[in-house]
Design a protein around this ligand. Structure first.
Ligand SMILES: Cc1cc2nc3c(=O)[nH]c(=O)nc-3n(C[C@H](O)[C@H](O)[C@H](O)COP(=O)(O)OP(=O)(O)OC[C@H]3O[C@@H](n4cnc5c(N)ncnc54)[C@H](O)[C@@H]3O)c2cc1C
Length: 422
């Protein structure tokens, strides 16, 4: 094989949005991949995933057909006055703020068009790009180690497979995080609890309309002190996704595990909410989900192993930006791995990936947490001043949405070529 023909053999650990995105980007560019997924099938779990303009650009850059497929499942707001609005902020109290004269709190931008998808539908369109022979299900990795200039994955079934590089896309508690950070920053391996837990569910849109009337069909954020609720359309408006957020003042969520809970406990948490919001609890799963994040990640790579998606930068969902960061990771990494022309250049590619992606992705994690605090009226400077919340919210998202990914690609390429020529 000539040098020009050589392509690195890449293993991808995990077939979530991150793993499939980087697989799509690499396959489009002729780089061979093998995906290992612990579960027996693609996971249909999860609910609404919000995707801003930066995420749509990332899809285009990975493979323009991906964006075209997404356009067939994406769901926006229903009423024209909310098309460019990520959320309409209202009060969670009885009357949604009308008694105070508050009728609308638009958070958005003229260039922004709201778009979200059910996680299941997003995965389904991504699966179409993955040939059957490229993915191995029921294959859970137990360890990854560097071996003679390569990366070896050891699986629970005893199998060991060796690749030029391993891309860990194994989610918020993924093993690859231990592999990359275990020796140098062990305290940053486990995800941290944000101190916020959630109750979630999906309601058929006709039921949501019966309860909420004109407030159904468009994305809403209902705010209160230390609490909140979001409601937004998914599945082309056939259903609405909802999430309640509660600041964990009493250590109720015990830090990091999803626990069963009763409807009574949920009702106690939501005391003071408009009775229409409480009716959503009939459709909520009886589970208390703690919100976890990776606030600090000192590096996204070690040797031939790198981190992508939630395992690198799991984020609280308050800016609806987490999955988009996985797509951006995939754009930069797939471009860099395409530039690699020999085995000794792989670490340079992973190093540049870390340099380009980490500052931005970690800033998304940090600011998403801050946004959550503010939306729950717990920011010391802003408190419950809804006008100030609107002002802040309408300024805070532009750097995420308007990011120029092509400049990142050029920057990454420049840095990589410089590094390998030194
Ligand atoms: C069940 C679930 C529900 C979610 N719900 C929402 C939601 O409602 N809204 C939202 O905005 N975001 C949600 N997310 C998060 C969102 O999907 C992620 O931010 C984003 O998609 C990035 O995903 P990822 O691919 O990095 O990780 P994930 O989606 O977590 O995928 C990781 C994959 O790695 C596999 N895996 C883990 N360990 C191993 C191993 N040792 N060997 C092999 N495979 C392994 C897992 O089975 C999984 O398929 C959800 C994620 C999950 C897993």
């Amino acid at each position: 094989m000539t040098e020009a023909e050589w392509r690195p053999a890449i293993a991808i650990l995990g077939a979530g949005i991150g793993g499939l995105a980087v697989a799509i980007g690499l396959m489009k560019r002729g780089v061979p991949v093998t995906i290992f997924e612990a579960t027996e099938t693609y996971s249909p779990l999860g609910a609404g995933i919000g995707l801003g303009p930066n995420s749509l650009d990332a899809m285009d850059l990975l493979d323009s057909r991906f964006r075209a497929e997404y356009d067939t499942v994406k769901t926006g707001n229903e009423k024209p006055e909310f098309l460019h609005c990520i959320f309409d902020a209202l009060y969670a109290e009885e009357g949604f703020g009308e008694k105070r004269g508050w009728t609308r709190g638009i958070i958005g931008a003229p260039y922004f068009t709201r778009s979200s998808a059910h996680r299941k539908e997003l995965l389904q369109i991504m699966e179409r790009f993955i040939p059957e022979e490229t993915i191995v299900f029921g294959k859970r990795a137990r360890n990854i180690y560097q071996k003679q200039g390569k990366a070896a994955i050891e699986f629970y079934d005893g199998d060991v497979r060796t690749f030029d590089a391993v891309v860990g896309c194994d989610g918020v508690r993924g093993l690859s995080r231990q592999v990359v950070l275990g020796d140098i920053a062990p305290k940053h391996v486990p995800p941290a609890y944000c101190g916020i837990y959630s109750y979630r569910g999906i309601i058929p849109m006709n039921k949501a309309k019966a309860i909420f009337g004109r407030h159904a069909g468009d994305a809403k954020w209902f705010m209160a002190k230390g609490k909140g609720a979001v409601l937004y359309p998914i599945t082309k408006g056939r259903e609405a996704n909802f999430i309640f957020f509660i600041t964990d003042n009493d250590g109720r969520a015990h830090g990091n595990i999803t626990e069963r809970c009763t409807k009574q406990e949920m009702l106690e948490d939501l005391k003071g909410f408009d009775s229409r919001l409480l009716q959503l609890l009939d459709y909520a799963k009886p589970l208390r989900w703690p919100i976890m994040h990776h606030l600090e990640t000192p590096t996204y790579f070690r040797g031939r192993v790198c981190l992508l998606g939630d395992v690198a930068h799991a984020s609280s969902p308050h800016q609806a930006a987490g999955a988009g960061q996985a797509l951006e990771d995939a754009v930069i990494l797939s471009h860099l791995l395409t530039l690699v022309k020999s085995p000794d250049q792989i670490e340079a590619a992973l190093q540049v990936y870390d340099t380009v992606r980490r500052p931005r992705a970690q800033k998304v994690v940090q600011t998403s947490y801050e946004a959550g605090v503010m939306y729950m009226w717990s920011s010391p400077e802003i408190g419950d001043d809804m006008n100030k919340i609107m002002e802040n919210a309408n300024q805070r998202l532009h750097w995420i949405w308007q990011h120029d990914l092509k400049t990142d690609i050029n920057d990454a390429e420049y840095k990589f070529l410089k590094l390998v020529s030194e």
